[in-house]
Design a protein around this ligand. Sequence first.
Ligand code: ADP
Ligand code: MG
Length: 398
Amino acid sequence: MTILALETSCDETSAAVVRDGWVLSSAVSSQIKLHAEYGGVVPELAAREHLRNLIPVVQTALREAKIGRADLPVSQGAQQHVPADLELDAVAATQGPGLPMALLVGFKAAQSIAFALRKPFVGINHHEAHLYSPWIRSIASSHEPGSAGVPPARMELAGETPALPATSPAARLRGGNVGGIFFADFTAFQPNVSLIVSGGHTMLVKVDSELKHRVLGSTVDDAAGECFDKTGKLMGLPYPAGPEIDRLSEQGNPKAHDFPRPLLNDPGDDFSFSGLKTSVRYFLRDHPALPDNAQHLRDLCASVQAAIVEVLVKKTIRAAKRNHVRCVTASGGVTCNRALRRELAHACECEGFVLRLAEKSLCTDNAAMIGILAERKLLANIAPTSLDEEIKPGWVLA
Ligand code: ADP
Ligand code: MG
């Protein structure tokens, strides 16, 4: 089954083609630089950029996946360069949650393509797609030591990956923004507790089986990514501060300052990060010159990061134990964080849990995970989404 998937829920315009679990192409156009000037995502600008970028991004994804001319909704000029290898069987898009104006662009475009091609359409919950993204692994890197930031022993590679024929489209995949060859390996699937941790959300989900899950807890205020970004802004770091705090922390002392670990000892699975942010604000009010010293700034970053990471790791492990699963997964932009990857790997090693971390390039918003989930749903005979359906900006994962 070959599926074109679109993702425009926030600040990344992405299109991907997936087929039988393979990611044939995945193009992502990030708007981070545009929003950096404003210190956060500006919804109107995001929507405008999606409108501007969607067609080139879709064209790139279709071209790299060698989708046949008859199915290619692009200009005459572009069609001439495309061999007629594959045809689309379905179209998918993120239906929610996300910024309304941003969601509308990809969702309506995908519905229109499905309508024009007379193919089924699947509207996908962005968070549900995150739940399965850790099962998409990079074939190129998965056997290398330390791939995905964890020791190879803990990367469970049960089940044989079907051989990738030299002539298959995935073998010809070049570039894209995802880089590498990706395959969704559901033969290795096992019940798990999944941590989704991004700029807008932080949640723990019990995934009982494929397509069956239950949310255990989520943030009652700020998301972990928001905490990275907002505390970083207080320190004078550019938006988004998460990657910068990660980088500076590598040479900082995580024990230099003792920041609160909100809800760490609460028996529930909810998170709260606004208190930590406030604590950093008061700390900087009392030590305004501290970020001017490079080493002091690194120590501050490492201390803030340690507080966030400890809460995420301890609560995830506790939820996994309480729910009697042997597997932990993590996805979302903050899962790029090196300390989080290391600490999760260490904690899972100690508990004897299998850890599956989403590949870094699939942690942030991407259409590949949308297409992979859409394919699983169609294979499970779940009814396609009506072309009359609308976006669901506040779609809460149940
Ligand atoms: P959203 O869907 O909310 O845009 P994404 O999944 O795109 O979230 O992730 C973006 C968030 O991830 C931002 O808050 C960013 O700071 C954070 N982030 C990305 N890389 C890192 C990192 N290495 N360490 C910490 N946070 C990170
Ligand atoms: Mg994003």
